[in-house]
Design a protein around this ligand. Structure first.
Ligand code: IFM
Length: 462
C-alpha cells in the first residue's frame, strides 16, 4: 500500500452537460438545438432514445445539488444550453432560460460549490445550423455574443468560464463521422467547423474579458487521446504521428502555439483554402485554464480504412475494456507529461502580459460499466472504483514528475444520456433509475467522497 496525497488546494469536482441531464427540451421558451433535431430523426440513437426528459435535472436541480454537497463536492462543471437563453442563437433573449441558470448557480453557491460554467457542450441552436452552423464563420461571431450575454448576466458569480467542451468531437464526430448532430459526413465541413469553433473560443475570450467586472478565468476543455503505433514498423509509427496531428495537435497547436498542423496533409489543403484569415491564430491563443478530458488511448496501424490519414484503429488484447473503450490508465500519465513538455513548460507561468501557460485541469475522466441496483438497493461498482484509483494514481504520478496539475473533475456526477448510445452506458457516481428518476449514490460515489475528504487514498500496486 502506498499513501497518495494531493496538494491541499487541489480542485476536486464532477462534470455534466446540459443536454445529457436537463430534459425539459421544449419548456419555458427554450429553442430547438441540433441535438433536439438529431434525436428525433429515426435511426440516429440506440433504441430511439432521446434527451427530452434525460434525468430531469431542470426540475430536480435542487435535489441534485444537495446530493453533491452531501458528498463533499466543492466544484461542479456544467454547461448552459444556448437555446434556453437565446432560442434562435442570436437576437431575442428568453428571460426564463437565464432564470433557470440563476437558480442553479445560486443553489450551488448556497452549498459552497463553485460553478465552472461551460458555454457549449454540442447543442448548437438549430436556427444557426439552418444558416450553415459551425462550418460558417458567422457562427463564431454569434457564439461570442452569447458568451458576452452570459458573462454580463452571471459574471458577478463566476470565477471561471469554459468556452467549449471537446471542440474536436463537435467538429469531427458531428461533421465527418456523422455519429453526432448535425450528422454530416463531409471532411471539408469538419475542418471548417474545427477552425470556426476554435476561432469562436478566441472571440468569446475577448468578449468575456471586455464584459467581466471581476477576474474570470477563461478555459477550454479538450478530448485528448495519446496515440500509440500498433507495431514498431515505420509505417505504423507514421500512422500514429498522423492521427496525433489530426486528433490532438489540431486543437493543441492553435490554442497553445498559434500554429496549425492542418497544412501538413496534402489532401486537406484544398478544403482549407482561405479558411484561416490573418489574425485568427493570434485570437485563438487566449487561455487561462486548459481542461483535459481523458478516457482511453488509440492504437493505430497503417491501412486504407480511414481515408486522408490512412490508418485503422486496433484493439490490443491484454487490457480490460469498458462499454466504449480500452481501459488504459498509463495513457493519462503519458498525456499529462506530454502536454507539459510540448506545450506548457515552454511558456512562462503565472500572471503577466503576453501568452502564459494556462492552469492544467483534468475536466473529464470516467468509465461506462453496466451498473445495477443489488437486492439491498446498493450499487457495488467495484470496476469504477478500480478505474478511479488507477487513473488518480497516474495523475498523481505525473504530478510527482513535475506536471502542475491543479484539479480533477470526474465524469459524471450521475448517469445520463450518452449521446448516440442513449441510456445504455452509465458513467455516474450516482445511479439513476430512469423509470422513477430516483438517485442512489454508488459505492464509487462514496469512495470518491472519501478521497476528497482525505485529499488522497491508499493505493495498492496489484
Ligand atoms: O458523455 C461524454 C461527454 O459528453 C463528453 N466527453 C465524453 C463523455 C463520455 O463519452
Amino acid at each position: 500500500m502506498q499513501k497518495i496525497t494531493f496538494p491541499t488546494d487541489f480542485i476536486w469536482g464532477v462534470a455534466a452537460s446540459a443536454y445529457q441531464i436537463e430534459g425539459a427540451w421544449n419548456e419555458d421558451g427554450k429553442g430547438v438545438s441540433i441535438w433536439d433535431t438529431f434525436v428525433h430523426t429515426p435511426g440516429k440513437i440506440v433504441n430511439g432514445e432521446t434527451g427530452d426528459v434525460a434525468v430531469d435535472h431542470y426540475h430536480r436541480y435542487k435535489e441534485d445539488v444537495a446530493l453533491m454537497a452531501e458528498l463533499g463536492l466543492r466544484h461542479y462543471r456544467f454547461s448552459t444550453a444556448w437555446t434556453r437563453m437565446l432560442p434562435d442563437g442570436t437576437g431575442t433573449v428568453n428571460p426564463k432560460g437565464f432564470a433557470f441558470y440563476d437558480r442553479l448557480i445560486d443553489t450551488l453557491l448556497k452549498h459552497k460549490i463553485e460553478p465552472y460554467l461551460c458555454l457549449f457542450h454540442w447543442d448548437l441552436p438549430q436556427a444557426l445550423q439552418d444558416k450553415g452552423g459551425w462550418p460558417k464563420r458567422e457562427t463564431a461571431y454569434a457564439f461570442a455574443e452569447y458568451a458576452r450575454l452570459v458573462t454580463k448576466h452571471f459574471g458577478d458569480r463566476l470565477n471561471a468560464i469554459f468556452t467549449h467542451n471537446e471542440p474536436w468531437v463537435s467538429a469531427f464526430v458531428g461533421h465527418f463521422l456523422g455519429d453526432h448532430a448535425p450528422g454530416q459526413k463531409d471532411l471539408g465541413a469538419a475542418l471548417r467547423a474545427q477552425h470556426h469553433i476554435l476561432l469562436s473560443h478566441g472571440l468569446a475570450a475577448e468578449a468575456i474579458r471586455a464584459e467581466a467586472r471581476r477576474p474570470i478565468k477563461i478555459g477550454i476543455t479538450l478530448n485528448l487521446t495519446p496515440v500509440y503505433p500498433a507495431s514498431d514498423s515505420k509505417r505504423d509509427l507514421e500512422a500514429a504521428t498522423r492521427v496525433d496531428a489530426i486528433m490532438n495537435r489540431i486543437v493543441l497547436d492553435p490554442l497553445l502555439k498559434g500554429t496549425t498542423p492542418m497544412q501538413e496533409f496534402a489532401l486537406v489543403k484544398p478544403f482549407i483554402r482561405g479558411l484561416i484569415q490573418p489574425g485568427d491564430l493570434e485570437k485563438i491563443r487566449s487561455l487561462d485554464l486548459l481542461g483535459v478530458n481523458y478516457y482511453s488511448r488509440a492504437v493505430m496501424k497503417h491501412s486504407n480504412k480511414i481515408p486522408v490519414v490512412n490508418v485503422e484503429q486496433v484493439h490490443p488484447e491484454g487490457n480490460e475494456y469498458s462499454g466504449m473503450w480500452e481501459i488504459f490508465p498509463e495513457g493519462l500519465y503519458a498525456l499529462l507529461t506530454r502536454i507539459h513538455k510540448d506545450y506548457l513548460s515552454p511558456l512562462p507561468a503565472g500572471e503577466g502580459p503576453g501568452v502564459r501557460a494556462p492552469d492544467l485541469l483534468i475536466t473529464e475522466n470516467g468509465v461506462p460499466v453496466p451498473d445495477g441496483l443489488d437486492f439491498d438497493g446498493r450499487v457495488r461498482d467495484e470496476r469504477r472504483i478500480r478505474y478511479l484509483k488507477n487513473h488518480l494514481y497516474q495523475a498523481w504520478r505525473a504530478m510527482q514528475d513535475g506536471v502542475p496539475l491543479k484539479g480533477y473533475f470526474h465524469w459524471s456526477f450521475m448517469d445520463n444520456f450518452e449521446w448516440s448510445l442513449g441510456y445504455g452506458q452509465r458513467f455516474g457516481l450516482v445511479y439513476v433509475d430512469y423509470a422513477t428518476q430516483k438517485r442512489t449514490v454508488k459505492d464509487s460515489g462514496r469512495w470518491f467522497a472519501e478521497v476528497i475528504r482525505a485529499n488522497g487514498f491508499e493505493y495498492s500496486h496489484e
